[in-house]
Design a protein around this ligand. Structure first.
Ligand code: SF4
Length: 218
């Protein structure tokens, strides 16, 4: 006999997408609240947080690429942040026509407040067993990488796209990977999702590393 629940069940991928959407609703609400408390909209808040991770500042085009928003949106948002005293614009050293955006001292103080965005989701995640957190982290990195490959989001400074990454080269199950930059072994929980030393691997190495990373699922 046909099971009525199974017969009308949606594909698992659809249900996962729906669940992710619910998580996103909570994260967005938290982001709006934290930014609103500081007189910013979420895009302006994202710019402040991103610049907090880039000591050398970013150009307008780089900000637009990193946040996957249009150039006019970035330009308007940066102008507002300049008016509020959170960022300043300077001429790029290597190109007089380009503008670099940096945080002011006031902007740096704001980063700590906005970076707490996502505290609720962090609390929920930290309640999961560590093995589940690590598995989920791998899955999320995989999704991010797929979205990057499809051109849906900008390339993040993740180990899995870095030229120094050597996945699964050690026998130690706790630390199977190697970072050739600092010459150290590390495990999945130490994989970086935004490393300042990241350098993008060429297409061949990136593909080779990715295959090695995903085929050795533990
Ligand atoms: S340099 Fe950074 S991103 Fe690259 S492998 Fe080492 S830790 Fe990972």
């Amino acid at each position: 006999m046909t099971n009525p629940l199974e017969a009308t069940d949606a594909p698992l991928s659809h249900k996962l997408g729906h669940a992710l959407n619910r998580v996103q609703v909570a994260m967005r609400a938290e982001s709006w609240e934290a930014c609103g408390q500081n007189g910013l909209n979420p895009t302006q808040g994202q710019i402040v947080v991103l610049l907090g991770q880039r000591a050398g500042g970013l150009r307008l085009r780089e900000l637009a690429d990193e946040l996957a928003v249009s150039a006019p949106t970035i330009s308007d948002s940066v102008s507002t942040l300049v008016e509020k005293g959170y960022v300043r614009k300077t001429k790029a050293k290597d190109d007089a026509r380009a503008v670099t955006v940096r945080l002011t001292a006031t902007g740096k103080k704001l980063v700590a407040k906005l970076d707490a965005v996502g505290e609720t989701i962090e609390t929920v995640l930290s309640a999961l067993p560590e093995s589940e957190q690590i598995q989920l982290y791998r899955t999320m990195l995989r999704m991010v990488r797929e979205l990057q490959s499809a051109g849906k989001i900008p390339v993040a400074r993740m180990c899995v796209t870095c030229r120094y990454f050597r996945p699964n080269v050690h026998h130690d199950p706790e630390r199977p990977h190697h970072c050739a930059l600092v010459d150290a072994a590390f495990g999945d929980r130490t994989l970086r999702s935004d490393c300042p030393e990241h350098e993008t691997a060429d297409a061949h190495l990136a593909e080779q590393n990715w295959k090695s990373f995903v085929t050795a699922q533990r």
